[in-house]
Design a protein around this ligand. Sequence first.
Ligand code: ATP
Ligand code: MG
Length: 504
Amino acid sequence: MPDYVLAIDQGTTSSRAMIFNHSGRVVSVGQLEHDQIFPRAGWVEHNPEQIWNNVREAVGLALTRANVTYTDIAAVGITNQRETAVVWDKTTGKPVYNAIVWQDTRTQPIVEELGGDAGPDKYKAIVGLPLATYFSGPKVKWILDNVDGAREAAERGDLLFGNTDAWVLWNMTGGVDGGIHVTDVTNASRTMLMDLDTLTWREDIAADMGIPVSMLPQIRSSSEVYGPGRPGGLLPGVPIAGILGDQQAATFGQACFEIGAAKNTYGTGNFMLLNTGTEKVPSKNGLLTTVCYKIGDQPQRYALEGSIAVTGSLVQWLRDNLGMFADAPDIEWLARKVEDNGGAYFVPAFSGLFAPYWRPDARGALVGLTRYVNRNHIARAALESVAFQTREVLEAMRADSGVTLTELKVDGGMVANELLMQFQADQLGVDVVRPQVAETTALGAAYAAGIAVGYWSGESDVVANWAEDRRWTPTMDQDERERLYRQWKKAVTRTFDWVDTDTK
Ligand SMILES: Nc1ncnc2c1ncn2[C@@H]1O[C@H](COP(=O)(O)OP(=O)(O)OP(=O)(O)O)[C@@H](O)[C@H]1O
Ligand SMILES: [Mg+2]
């Protein structure tokens, strides 16, 4: 058995390739950012060809930096930004349009029309999701409705759809020369097109959206051999053996295998997932019901998910759009210059509000301003918004599942921020725990692939490899904790009902 497993993490802001050893430790990393394309307010696109080029380059970098070749790689796992929709022509290998990213809100009219009199919960009992701009199905409909010739090509059977996992896998396994068109159950559960019980495509919902079923990838488990890397590529013959959407991958990498185990990832957005076992729990409190993972032939596990659209991307926005600092970590020393938020609350409803509100009509607001407030307070308010939003999701989880968490496992780029982590523990009233490997997304995909080929024996290896790095314990006075949260809740209401039909 070769010594290492390689994971490809095709994320929202970058593509990473990471090589792991048998202890689940990072051996090397290759990473490249891709362009964020904003053609209009509310529209967010990526160039799929740039993404595929970056994936290849990242894999090359990771192999070079570890000083290994493909013969040292036992298996490859893929994890990815979910929901982001790529439609390409299988005869040319070219995308027919840019990828429409999960944050994009252009499908709002489509979503309203699909809901009709039934409203946003029309498909929820089947797919676990409310109708929202977030999910892939309506994005595919937009492409077929708006790109010249796309619908005809789709009906001829020439077009394929996938989240970026399927796009990367198809290219890795040969592209126009026999590329394999499959996805896993977790990605499929983000399209609004998959039946959560049978794990098969719903032809009736696809028909409602005008999407030919021939475009859809075959749905497979998250941990099995899908096929070998193409001859002549960087990983010829290496089994590609794991696919998990990024948040499910992080849940896997955090060893959340027991019912009631949860993790929260702080990246571009924040995503908390709670394992509910083989039972799918419907949400009454604004959470999503989604597939957590499925290992080979074993029964699928489900999760409740609280998705928050804007957390790390608010830090990027302060950096790039306002020029407040040069690097994301700089926000911490700005925020540390002041004792508190100075009365300012920043609700980053840039893509409307996701969990637990699902308010597409909301837009961002900075409230509570006085002459006293300076940029340090705004930096602090931005970090606090991440923790407040997380508390809202945690409270919804408690209400839906009856599970009271005694601590929260965290990961993602923002957990390097100690001020945020302490404030998070203070707001939640429970310990916040960071593992030694904070790259749990890539790690989870590596585990899924390694388990499929017998490099790891199963979940017990994942549990054995997990190790705590740091823990933050709540210290804030109870009255202050509740006062801040009450003000936050009030700030959230100020963002509602902003978008009118002619808002630009
Ligand atoms: N020290 C820090 N303090 C606050 N925010 C940070 C810090 N370091 C990174 N970030 C933010 O974290 C995010 C990057 O985290 P991470 O690399 O986990 O993102 P990601 O969501 O995995 O990216 P992708 O969406 O591409 O997968 C960026 O939005 C960045 O602004
Ligand atoms: Mg990520």
